[in-house]
Design a protein around this ligand. Structure first.
Ligand SMILES: Cc1cc2nc3c(=O)[nH]c(=O)nc-3n(C[C@H](O)[C@H](O)[C@H](O)COP(=O)(O)O)c2cc1C
Length: 215
């Protein structure tokens, strides 16, 4: 079993990575393998909105194909997105990655061909996913975490509530990250659909504030 952490911060040694590493360390203690990818290591250009991906492939010759191949090579069942809050939201680096991935994973093509249901089923690529978002100034971490969870609702069979932290409460954030890493590892061990009953009201409360994506 493996968890892949995807660092959406442009800094490779910042708060986001420290929290991701705390979570991964906790998962490793439960015999789960881990990997960490820094999006900043890749040249990810903005989506041009040309919809060329709907008719064939994305014409941008940047590192997106290499990045997607590296993610696939990890063969992880779990994903942990990490990001700082930028302007009360997620940083452009992570959004650019998602925007491009949406097209390159065939979403627009499937929509044109009326195969969205099949695409959604095929693109639940992770067994379980969660997000770590942390803010360092005036906040916005809850809003940003909602965006991560929206994405995970599409990508993962099961979404854990994740954490929205502030660097002013750093010790608490580290503890939360450790606990999240343990929960992710445990969720990988649990069979799909058999999520502990005591957690259901908590998850429901978190998820009902989202609109569920519909084709
Ligand atoms: C461009 C930019 C925008 C930011 N916007 C916010 C914000 O809206 N709210 C906030 O609390 N912190 C904001 N911050 C602070 C970062 O969230 C904070 O420094 C965070 O800990 C950085 O994470 P990192 O060390 O992983 O890069 C911003 C920082 C930058 C560089």
């Amino acid at each position: 079993m493996k968890i892949l952490a995807i660092n959406g911060s442009p800094r490779k040694n910042g708060h986001t990575v420290k929290l991701l590493e705390a979570a991964l360390e906790a998962a490793r203690r439960r015999d789960v393998q881990t990997a960490l990818i820094h999006l900043i290591d890749y040249d990810i250009r903005h989506c041009k909105g040309c919809y060329a991906c709907a008719r064939g492939s994305c014409p941008q010759g940047d590192d997106m194909a290499r990045l997607l191949s590296d993610i696939q090579t990890c063969q992880s069942e779990g994903v942990l997105y990490g990001a700082p809050v930028f302007d009360f939201n997620l940083p452009g680096l992570l959004i650019d990655f998602w925007n491009r991935n949406t097209g390159m994973s065939g979403y627009f093509q499937a929509r044109e061909e009326g195969n969205l249901d099949e695409w959604l089923a095929r693109n639940r690529i992770w067994k379980v996913g969660a997000g770590i978002v942390q803010a360092g100034r005036s906040g916005g971490q809850k809003t940003a975490l909602k965006h991560v969870n929206f994405k995970l609702l599409i990508e993962a069979e099961r979404v854990l509530p994740g954490m929205a932290a502030h660097t002013h409460h750093w010790d608490q954030a580290l503890r939360q990250a450790t606990s999240l890493g343990r929960k992710l590892a445990r969720a990988l061990e649990v069979k799909q659909g058999s999520y502990p009953l005591w957690q259901m009201p908590f998850i429901y409360k978190r998820l009902t504030c989202f609109e569920f994506p519909r084709p």
